[in-house]
Design a protein around this ligand. Structure first.
Ligand code: 5GP
Length: 223
């Protein structure tokens, strides 16, 4: 279901700025291209964007907090949420179920909050189908396969087989680059972060998202 961008019933003023509708900012990349680093930098530098919190049936790991890292639910609860249509998208990953709950995001978007998604191309497609006008899709590419291999090897934790499997999967993921609105090459992490920040800033300024602009212009042009 496409979301409604035309709501202007909320207070047009939000602090000193006009009210705007939030957006769903998707970052995808093959493993090793730097997506997690860019996501962390965005969250650290920008108070208006927060990570979307998924629901999962996976057991909680030490240090994780329910409601912060995930909403931890049992399988019957998850299945009921699927049946009730409470997810934008959901998937089975490594034997557990994961899904993006609609309610918190819908309310947040209306209040002008942005959500960051660290998801693959399949999740991106599903989100886009259900919330097209709220979604901004950014794909991060490594500068070369050689550099990607170097980054994956540089972690020093994985065997040659694991790295070869990751490289094969990375190439498969790269093939979906054309399903994104923006593609950024991560040659230098600070430059890449600057570009991703510029994309976010520009997308926030889209007329359709500036729900407070209607009243502002009405006031501006009065008499
Ligand atoms: P982990 O259990 O290590 O936190 O996550 C395992 C995998 O599940 C990761 O690849 C992560 O991207 C994926 N995942 C986490 N939340 C969601 C979600 O809401 N939807 C989908 N499709 N995948 C998710």
């Amino acid at each position: 279901m496409a979301s409604d961008n035309s709501d202007t019933s909320t207070d047009p003023q939000m602090g000193d700025t006009l009210h705007r509708r939030g957006l769903m900012f998707i970052l995808s990349s093959p493993s090793g291209a730097g997506k997690t680093t860019i996501a962390r930098m965005l969250l650290d530098h920008d108070d208006e964007i927060a990570m979307s919190v998924s629901a999962t049936t996976r057991p909680m790991r030490p240090g994780e907090v329910d409601g912060h890292d995930y909403h931890f639910v049992d399988q019957p609860t998850f299945d009921r949420m699927v049946e009730d249509g409470l997810f934008y998208e959901w998937a089975h990953v490594f034997g557990y179920s994961y899904g993006t709950p609609k309610a918190q995001i819908r309310a947040g978007l209306k209040a002008g909050h942005d959500f960051l998604f660290d998801i693959d191309w399949q999740g991106t497609q599903q989100l886009y189908q259900r919330a097209e006008t709220d979604v901004v899709r950014v794909f991060i590419l490594p500068p070369s396969l050689g550099e990607l291999n170097r980054r994956l090897t540089g972690r020093g934790t994985d065997s040659a087989e694991v790295i070869a499997a990751r490289m094969a999967r990375a190439q498969a993921e790269i093939s979906h680059w054309d399903g994104y609105d923006y593609v950024v090459i991560n040659d230098d992490v600070n430059e890449c972060f600057a570009k991703v920040s510029q994309i976010l800033a520009a997308e926030r300024m889209r007329r359709a998202r500036q729900t407070g602009i209607v009243d502002f212009v009405r006031e501006l042009t009065r008499g």
